[in-house]
Ligand binder design. Sequence first.
Ligand code: CA
Ligand code: CA
Ligand code: CA
Length: 441
Amino acid sequence: MRKAIIQAVRRAVFAVAGAIIVAAAIAAVAGTWQTRAIPGITGDNIVTPTDITFTATKAGDPFKAIPDSSLPRLRDPSLKVEKVIDGLTEPTSMTFVGNNNVLVTQKGGDVRLVRDGALQQGPPLLSFKVETASERGLLGVAYAKDKVFLYMTEQSGLDIRNRVYSYDLQNGTLSGNSTKKMILDLPGTPGPNHDGGKIIVGPDGYLYIVIGDLNRNGMLQNYKNGAVPDNTSVILKVGLDGAPAANILSGAGGLEGYYAYGIRNSFGMDFDPRNGKLWATENGPDRYDEVNVAEPGFNSGWERVMGPISRSQQQVSEGDLVMFNGAHYSDPVFSWRQSMGVTDIEFLNSTKLGDKYAYNVFVGDVNNGNLYYFTVNGKRDGFTLEGNLSDRVADNDAEGSAITLGTAFGGITDIETGPDGYLYILSYGKGSIYRIVPAAQ
Ligand SMILES: [Ca+2]
Ligand SMILES: [Ca+2]
Ligand SMILES: [Ca+2]
């Protein structure tokens, strides 16, 4: 039964417009944490112990493989999958802090700590009272320069907001509320789906944060007569204090801090470690999940187009889109004709899995739990694709199969290159972290 609920939740959460019944199921699964008010902080639902030291102590490889008879499968016998962490509940994002620590967000509001290869039991590192209907929740985490950043959906008076908070983390100590700062206060309605939620740190030291359309129909969704920009369907570029980066776009509403727009929803971004360019995934409604190279000023085309514009059923051309000063449209570098809830994208930033995989791209999905693999082309502006994939669209199962490296990951929500150079995969459905290593190891 629990497995059935998780399966149902997993299918609905990141892919399909939220059915109310499923939202209720999510709330039922998630609601186990305790809450208490923090005096003097109005509308602030945080529950946290303070001053939690988590300096790692173990030398060498902290992880060991946990025996499992139903491991995900890989189609390359030169690689193998290990389960290194289990016992998580609906994990949404993870980030490594130093060599031996991983922070994992859980949709229901907890931040869990993996230290020295083990998931810490007892009270979570941090715990928040979050909104969890549909795709809302504690969704993203990043770490940079002695700060931890968290993206979450929470109630604020009668409103629902998506917010990014920062905490200080110094000398292995995460300080509690005394250093908590709200650095972004983004909309959360009507939603409840398409909340985005990934935070990543760019090679330029800025934070990049993605939020979806929340089912709005404004200029940022390419409605020319729609509402002025309202912080939806965008990738934001901000400093570590939340201050917008220098303007890339100009036009109606100011557009401060907007890096890209016209994005339906996304749960995956990464920078190419070779040239620093941002790539992002995007969820289609039922057709055309996308992988995009998101150059500054990128308009992905939603809600007029998903997938290649030449395949648009609405016969859309670029002139039909809302183009702010400094904007450009570009087609996805890859699409799946049948949406499968594309989630994270990761450039493997190491040679530890061999030359074939070094600096190439892995992508996950939440509906099937597949891990897709792509070779980046010589110009690093797309993938090397052949045969029926040379149109840059997986049109059917056979074409999708040709780019599928792994299966049965149970719904992937995050992929990271570990400090050891191996590939780490976070499974929403299985509550586990898997690691891909050379088979000979
Ligand atoms: Ca697009
Ligand atoms: Ca094709
Ligand atoms: Ca990632």
